[in-house]
Design a protein around this ligand. Structure first.
Ligand SMILES: NC(=O)c1ccc[n+]([C@@H]2O[C@H](COP(=O)([O-])OP(=O)(O)OC[C@H]3O[C@@H](n4cnc5c(N)ncnc54)[C@H](O)[C@@H]3O)[C@@H](O)[C@H]2O)c1
Length: 348
C-alpha cells in the first residue's frame, strides 16, 4: 500500500520492525451517554484531542463529570497500589516487611496516573452541543441511541461537516453499517467500532465493515485500535462480519434468551439460574445480573431491531418478560429496579 505520509505515523513493533499506523490527532464522540463518555475517556487517555457532543450542555457536562469520576477511580487505584501490595504480602504471606523493602515496593509500583495526569487527560476533552469542533476531526465515534433513522440523519450531518479524510465509526450494537453508511457520500470510510460496556475495563472492539467499507479503512481502524489502552488493558480489535448481533451479542443473546425462557418456564428460581451459570459454567456474572447491568431497555431495543433484520442463525424464543419489564420501566441498575433491586440508585 502507498502511504500518504501526513496521515500515517511509524510505530515500532514488538519484533523490532516498524509499522505505519493511521495518525489520529483529534476524535469526535457524538452521544455522551453510558458509552460515549467512556469512549471519550479512553481516547483522551491515549493522548487524543477529544470533542464530545450531545443534544444539550446539561448532558455534556454530566458526561464530563462522569469521566472525571472514572479518572478519580483510576488515580485512586494507582495511588493505593503499593500499599495494597504491602498489605497483601504482610497478611497473606505473614511476612513483616522492613521500611527499606516497603520503599522498594513503592518505587516499583509508582502510580502511573496521579492528579496531575488526570487534569492533563481532562484538559484534552472539550464538551459541546454544536458542530464547530468537528471541522478538523480525523475520526468520529458515534454513540447515540440505537435508532436507525436517528443514526442515518446524524451520519448525513457528519458527512457534511467532517473533513473528507475523516473516518466515521458507529458503536451500534445491532444496526446495519451498510445502511448507516448509505446516508453519506463516503461509505468507504464508514465502519462499525463496537465497544463493550464498560469499555474502560473491557478491551474488546468488534470492527465491522459495511459492504462499501474499504479495506484501507478496516486496516486503519484495526491498527489504530491496537494502539489504544483502556484503564486496564490494550484494546483488542477483531474483524467481524456484518450480521445481526455481530459476534458477542449474537452468542450472548442466545444465552440470555435461554435464561429468560428457563425463568418463564420456572425451571429454577432467578437467583438459582444466576448461581448456576456462575458456579457451574464459570461465568463472572449470572444472566439476570448481566441483564440488569446492560439495561432492560437496551435488551428490548436490541431484540426488536434484531427481529427486523434478515439472516443470522438466531434462536427465536419468546422473551415476554423483557417486553413487560421494558414497559414497566424496570430497566435494571439505571432505574433502580430490574430483575433485582438497587436501592441506592437515584431515579427520576
Ligand atoms: N449500553 C451498552 O451496554 C452498549 C454497549 C455497546 C454498544 N452500545 C451502543 O452504543 C450506543 C449508545 O448507547 P448508550 O447505552 O451509550 O446510550 P445512552 O442512552 O446512554 O446515550 C445516548 C446519548 O446520545 C444522545 N443523543 C441522542 N441523539 C443524539 C444526537 N442526534 N446528537 C447528539 N447526541 C444524541 C442522548 O442524549 C444520550 O445522552 C447505542 O447504539 C448502543 O446500541 C451500547
Amino acid at each position: 500500500m502507498i502511504f500518504n505520509q501526513s496521515r500515517y505515523v511509524e510505530l515500532p513493533t514488538e519484533q523490532g520492525n516498524s509499522h505505519m499506523v493511521l495518525f489520529v490527532k483529534k476524535i469526535g464522540v457524538v452521544g455522551a451517554g453510558a458509552m460515549g463518555h467512556q469512549i471519550a475517556d479512553i481516547m483522551a487517555l491515549n493522548e487524543k484531542q477529544v470533542i464530545i457532543k450531545d443534544v444539550n450542555m446539561e448532558l455534556v457536562n454530566k458526561a464530563l463529570r462522569n469521566v472525571e469520576k472514572l479518572l478519580d477511580d483510576l488515580v485512586g487505584f494507582h495511588i493505593t497500589k503499593a500499599d495494597r501490595e504491602i498489605e497483601r504480602i504482610e497478611k497473606q504471606d505473614g511476612v513483616m516487611l522492613t521500611e527499606e523493602q516497603k520503599k522498594k515496593i513503592r518505587e516499583r509500583l509508582r502510580p502511573t496516573y496521579d492528579e496531575e495526569r488526570k487534569k492533563e487527560i481532562m484538559s484534552r476533552i472539550k464538551g459541546t452541543e454544536s458542530w464547530d469542533g468537528f471541522r478538523d476531526v480525523d475520526l468520529v465515534v458515534e454513540a447515540i441511541a440505537e435508532n436507525i433513522d436517528a443514526k442515518k440523519e446524524l451520519f448525513r450531518r457528519l458527512d457534511e461537516i467532517c473533513p473528507r479524510h475523516a473516518i466515521l465509526a458507529t458503536n451500534t450494537s445491532t444496526l446495519s453499517i451498510t445502511e448507516i453508511a448509505s446516508a453519506t457520500q463516503r461509505p468507504q470510510r464508514v465502519i462499525g467500532m463496537h465497544f463493550f460496556n464498560p469499555p474502560v475495563t473491557l478491551p474488546l472492539i468488534e470492527v465491522i465493515a459495511g459492504l462499501e467499507t474499504s479495506e484501507e479503512t478496516v486496516n486503519d481502524i484495526i491498527d489504530f485500535a491496537q494502539t489504544l489502552r483502556n484503564h486496564r488493558y490494550f484494546m483488542q480489535p477483531i474483524c467481524v462480519k456484518e450480521t445481526p448481533g455481530f459476534l458477542v451479542n449474537r452468542i450472548l443473546g442466545a444465552m440470555l434468551r435461554e435464561a429468560f425462557a428457563c425463568y418463564e418456564e420456572n425451571v429454577a428460581s432467578l437467583r438459582d439460574i444466576d448461581l448456576a451459570m456462575k458456579a457451574g459454567a464459570g461465568m463472572p456474572m449470572g444472566p439476570f445480573e448481566l441483564a440488569d447491568l446492560i439495561g432492560i431497555d437496551i435488551l428490548y431495543q436490541v431484540d426488536e431491531s434484531m427481529k427486523r433484520m434478515q439472516g443470522g442463525l438466531l434462536q427465536q424464543r419468546p422473551i415476554q418478560i423483557i417486553k413487560r419489564m421494558y414497559y414497566a420501566r424496570r430497566w435494571g441498575r439505571k432505574t433502580g429496579r430490574g430483575f433485582y433491586e438497587y436501592p441506592s440508585v437515584e431515579t427520576g
